[in-house]
Design a binder for this molecule. Structure first.
Ligand SMILES: *Cc1c(COP(=O)(O)O)cnc(C)c1O
Length: 375
């Protein structure tokens, strides 16, 4: 039986030509026409004036935190229910992440807990330098409320849209909603450059400075001179060529992933105790990953682990939802504001195969295998 992956790369027809043109013109470096072209494509798509393509989403978050002025011993408010890459760069800078739990609707940062955390940090004379909300599995966070708080307390918002390219909130593209937006093009994301990321902002000086820091912070001089610590974070012109090709199929990829979600939802609509991440009235999700929440009390004690292991035997890859950062051993000492939502989702949730390249036979196999376990 063929392996069915959770989310695997899905190339279109144009990537190879962009990569070949890089070879033909010898732009085999972290600069060149594909880098410029990919940045323009991203700006146009997200409607954010400036974009810098980088070696990863993690690198984009790291630079965003530096641009936001985060330094040693500062505090940064970070969504707890996320992949560790949202929080790790805070620690790279010697700052402390303060984790905020999710609300039950979007599964993302709870604005009420966020305000409580901001007030308490200010009370301790440790006003946070940045807020990192995440659009988990492509579902937009409640950005309206989050941005209102950020403006009220004057804190920079770094929007982690790594999973949400092509998602929208109040008709605006994810990545364009915060002061800075972060994208990822890792192999499992909705579009991929094999590895890569981008930083977006309407503030030109930030993006110019991000490009400077990402290329070893070289001062203008004929020799190598440095007044800042630099990084080697720029995207290669080869990989940017893949990105330009992938941008041509992004719209189609969103539709394919949304169809996967509809297929799963229709298949399990009649099952009691199976729930899905819900799209709110303000939201349009790219449905990067579809997950189910299993209530064992309503499913004869069947847990998400029973389903995961059952599918593994059928050569089908699934994965528990993200384990919240406030429950990770590495962040045991970090302050957190919790309400039990992310922990419950982690305990009962399972991400299903969601690639845009799944065939209807693949989806059928996954659905039949789950139905067999539930029966
Ligand atoms: C993938 C991901 C990142 C990191 O992106 P990389 O390109 O893998 O470094 C950051 N945040 C979230 C929520 C992600 O899913």
């Amino acid at each position: 039986m063929k392996k069915i992956w959770l989310s695997s790369p899905h190339m279109g027809n144009a990537e190879r030509a962009f990569v070949e043109s890089a070879f033909d013109t010898n732009w085999v470096a972290p600069l060149g026409p594909n880098v410029d072209g990919f940045e323009q494509d991203l700006s146009l798509f997200t409607n954010v004036p400036y974009a810098a393509v980088l070696s990863s989403g993690t690198a984009a978050l790291h630079l965003a935190l530096i641009l936001a002025g985060v330094e040693k011993e500062d505090r940064v408010l970070c969504q707890s229910f996320t992949f560790s890459a949202s929080a790790n760069p805070v620690v790279y800078l010697g700052a402390t992440p303060v984790f905020i739990d999710s609300e039950a609707d979007s599964w993302n940062m709870d604005p009420e807990l966020l305000e409580k955390a901001i007030r308490e940090c200010i009370g301790q004379k440790k006003k946070p330098k940045a807020i990192i909300p995440v659009h988990l599995y492509g579902m937009p966070a409640k950005m309206d409320a989050i941005m209102r708080l950020a403006r009220k307390y004057e804190i920079t918002v770094i929007e982690d849209a790594a999973e949400a390219l092509g998602s929208m909130y109040q008709q605006k593209q994810c990545g364009s909603l915060g002061d800075m937006g972060v994208l990822s093009f890792n192999g499992n994301k909705i579009i991929t450059t094999s590895s890569g990321g981008a930083l977006l902002s309407a503030q030109e000086t930030w993006i110019t400075h991000a490009r400077f820091l990402a290329t070893q912070a070289r001062d203008p001089a004929p020799h190598y001179q440095h007044s800042h610590i630099g990084y080697n974070y720029r995207m290669s012109n080869i990989l940017a060529g893949i990105g330009r090709g992938q941008m041509k199929v992004l719209g189609e990829r969103v539709q394919q992933r949304r169809r996967n979600f509809e297929t799963y939802r229709n298949a399990f609509a009649q099952f009691d105790g199976i729930a899905f991440q819900q799209e709110g009235p303000d939201s349009f999700s790219n449905r990067w990953l579809t997950s189910i929440i299993i209530d064992p009390a309503k499913q004869k004690g069947i847990t998400r682990e029973d389903i995961r292991l059952g599918l593994e035997k059928e050569n089908i890859e699934t994965r528990p939802l993200w384990k919240p950062m406030h429950r990770q051993p590495v962040f045991a000492d970090a302050p957190s504001y919790t309400n039990g939502t992310s922990e419950k989702l982690f305990n009962n949730g399972l991400c299903l195969p969601s690639g845009s390249n799944l065939t209807s036979e693949d989806l059928d196999r996954v659905i039949k295998a789950i139905q067999k376990i539930l029966k």
